[in-house]
Design a protein around this ligand. Structure first.
Ligand code: GAP
Length: 467
C-alpha cells in the first residue's frame, strides 16, 4: 500500500493510547508528547532490544547512565556553546521564527553545501517572504542549547544546560570507565537517555521535538583503523534496521558533505527513511576522530588515554559514533506497519510490525463474557502467560471487534477460550496478519508465542501445533 498520510498515524496513536499531546487538558504545549499505555510498552521494547543487541550480546561494549545536567564546562569544551546552532530568520512583522534551511527546502531549493551566507543570499535574490507573506530579517545563528539555572539564591545561581546529546558523558567518563572496567581497544560505551534541543521549528509529530531520547555508542578505536570500523558499524546499523523489520526500499544512506557535517565530524553517513513527509534522517554514523577526548583533556587538564595492548603505548583513541533516536524509531515502525486492508464488507486497520515490537504479544479472550467457566479458564491462561510475555485480557464486546482492536495495535496472536476448551483443554489461536486460526492445546500456547517471537511463520505454527 501507499504510505499513509501522517494524520492517520497521529489519529491511531491518540485513539489507541500510543501517543498523546502533552498537557492536553490545559490546551497542550507546542511539540511535547506523552507516551501512553501502549507507547511506553513499545518504546521499552525498542530500548531493551537495542541494549540486548549492542551491549549484552557484545563483549566489548559497556553501558552508562549519566546525568542530564553536567558541569557547563563540558559544553564549552565540546564546542556546543560556540557551534551548536541552526540558521534562523524572523518575520519582520509577526516576529515568528523560521529555520532558514527548512524554509529554502520548502521552496524546493537545493541547499547542499550552502553555508548561512549563501542561504541568506538566496533569500535576497529570490525575494523569498515568510509563510505569512512578510519580509524576513537577515539570518543569524541560533544556539539550540536549553539553558536553566541551579542554586537557591540569585547570587549563587549558575547557568547550566540540559544535555543536547547523550554522547558527551561517554567522553567525560572515559577515564573512570577505562580504570574501572577491563576494556581494551577497540571498545564502546553505550547510553540510552533524554536529550534536549531548543529546535527553531519542531515539526512532523514526534519526528523533531525539543525533548527526545537517544541510543548512542561511542566506539573507541585505533586511529589507523577508523575506516574499517566505520564500515563495520554501517553493517551493524543495517542489522538493527533489519531486526526492526523496516521495508528495505524505504531505507537510504546519505553521505553528508563537508560544510554540512556537525562541527566534530570528519565523516557522517545519515541513514534516512521515507517518512510520509519526505525522506529524512532516521539515524546517523559519524567519525569524530579524537576531537572530543582531546578537547576534554585540554579543558580539564586530565590525561584521557588508554594503553594500546598491541604496542604498549598510551594513545588517545579515535571515535566512531552510531546514534539512534528512540522516537524516530517508533515513528518509522508505526508508519511502516500501518496498513489498511479492504475486506468484503469493511476496511481493516492492522499494524503489521515485528512481533517483538508489539505492545502486547498475545491477547486472551473468553468467547462468551458471561460464562463464568470460560472466564475462569481464560483468566488462568492469561495469568500463566503474563509472567513471560506482555499479555492482554479482554472479555467485553463481540469477538470480531475484539480481534480488530488487537489488529489495530499490532498484537501478533489472539487466543480464544470457548465451550470446547472446557472439555478438551484446547483453544483457538489467531494470526494478526493472515487472520487464520488454528486449534492448539492450551499447554502449547506459551511455546507458540515463543516460536512466533523467534520469527516462525504462522504456517509453521499450524503444522507444528495444530490438533
Ligand atoms: N551525538 C550525535 C548526535 O546527537 P544528531 O544527528 O544530532 O547526532 C542523533 O542526533 C539522532 O537523534 C538523530 O539521528 C535522530 O534520530 C535523533 N534526533 C536528533 N534531533 C532530534 C529531535 N529534535 N527530535 C527527535 N529526535 C532527534
Amino acid at each position: 500500500m501507499e504510505q499513509k498520510d501522517i494524520n492517520a498515524i497521529v489519529a491511531l496513536a491518540k485513539r489507541r493510547g500510543f501517543i498523546f499531546p502533552s498537557s492536553e487538558i490545559y490546551g497542550g504545549i507546542s511539540n511535547a508528547f506523552d507516551y501512553g499505555p501502549l507507547g511506553v510498552e513499545m518504546k521499552n521494547n525498542i530500548k531493551n532490544e537495542w541494549w540486548k543487541m549492542f551491549v549484552r550480546k557484545r563483549q566489548n561494549i559497556v553501558g552508562l547512565d549519566a546525568s542530564i545536567i553536567m558541569n557547563p564546562k563540558v559544553w564549552e569544551a565540546s564546542g556546543h556553546v560556540a557551534e551548536f546552532s541552526d540558521p534562523l530568520v524572523e518575520d519582520v512583522k509577526t516576529h515568528k521564527r523560521y529555520r532558514l534551511d527548512h524554509l529554502l527546502e520548502e521552496h524546493d531549493i537545493d541547499i547542499t553545501g550552502m553555508g548561512i551566507d549563501e542561504m541568506s543570499a538566496v533569500i535576497e535574490e529570490r525575494g523569498i517572504k515568510s509563510p505569512d507573506g512578510n519580509a524576513l530579517t537577515n539570518a543569524r545563528h541560533f544556539n539550540l542549547l536549553f539553558q536553566t539555572h541551579i542554586g537557591t539564591t540569585e547570587e549563587t545561581m549558575s547557568t547550566v544546560y540540559l544535555r543536547p546529546e547523550t554522547a558527551q558523558a561517554m567522553f567525560v567518563d572515559f577515564k573512570n570507565i577505562v580504570s574501572s572496567s577491563r576494556v581494551s581497544l577497540p571498545f564502546g560505551v553505550a547510553q540510552i537517555g533524554k536529550a534536549f534541543r531548543n529546535e527553531i521549528t519542531p515539526r512532523n509529530f514526534i519526528f523533531r521535538t525539543r525533548e527526545f531520547e537517544q541510543m548512542e555508542i561511542e566506539y573507541f578505536v585505533r586511529a589507523s583503523e577508523w575506516e574499517e570500523h566505520f564500515e563495520e558499524w554501517l553493517q551493524e546499523m543495517d542489522a538493527w534496521i533489519q531486526r526492526l523489520g523496516l521495508k528495505k526500499t524505504r531505507i537510504h544512506r546519505a553521505e553528508i558533505p563537508e560544510g554540512e557535517r556537525a562541527h566534530y565530524s570528519q565523516r557522517t553517513v545519515d541513514i534516512e527513511y521515507d517518512f510520509p513527509f519526505g525522506r529524512k534522517e532516521l539515524y546517523g554514523l559519524a567519525y569524530r576522530g579524537d576531537y572530543d577526548l582531546q578537547q576534554h583533556a585540554s579543558h580539564s587538564n586530565e590525561t584521557l588515554v588508554i594503553v594500546d595492548a598491541q604496542t604498549n603505548e598510551k594513545v588517545v583513541p579515535h571515535t566512531i559514533e552510531p546514534t539512534f533516536g528512540v522516537e524516530r524509531t517508533l515513528l518509522a515502525v508505526l508508519v511502516d506497519g500501518y496498513t489498511e486492508e479492504v475486506l468484503e464488507n469493511d476496511t481493516r486497520i492492522v499494524l503489521k510490525i515485528a512481533p517483538w515490537l508489539s505492545p502486547y504479544t498475545v491477547a486472551v479472550f473468553p468467547l462468551v463474557a458471561n460464562d463464568s467457566q470460560m472466564r475462569q479458564k481464560a483468566t488462568t491462561l492469561w495469568g500463566s502467560l503474563s509472567g513471560s510475555y506482555s499479555a492482554f485480557y479482554d472479555q467485553s464486546g463481540a469477538i470480531g471487534k475484539r480481534y480488530r482492536r488487537q489488529d489495530e495495535i499490532g498484537t501478533p496472536l489472539c487466543v480464544t477460550i470457548d465451550g470446547d476448551s472446557l472439555q478438551d483443554d484446547t483453544a483457538t489461536l489467531r494470526d494478526r496478519d493472515s487472520m487464520e486460526q488454528v486449534r492448539v492445546q492450551c499447554s502449547d500456547i506459551s511455546r507458540c508465542i515463543h516460536d512466533v517471537l523467534q520469527g516462525l511463520s504462522f504456517a509453521d505454527i499450524q503444522s507444528r501445533y495444530s490438533v
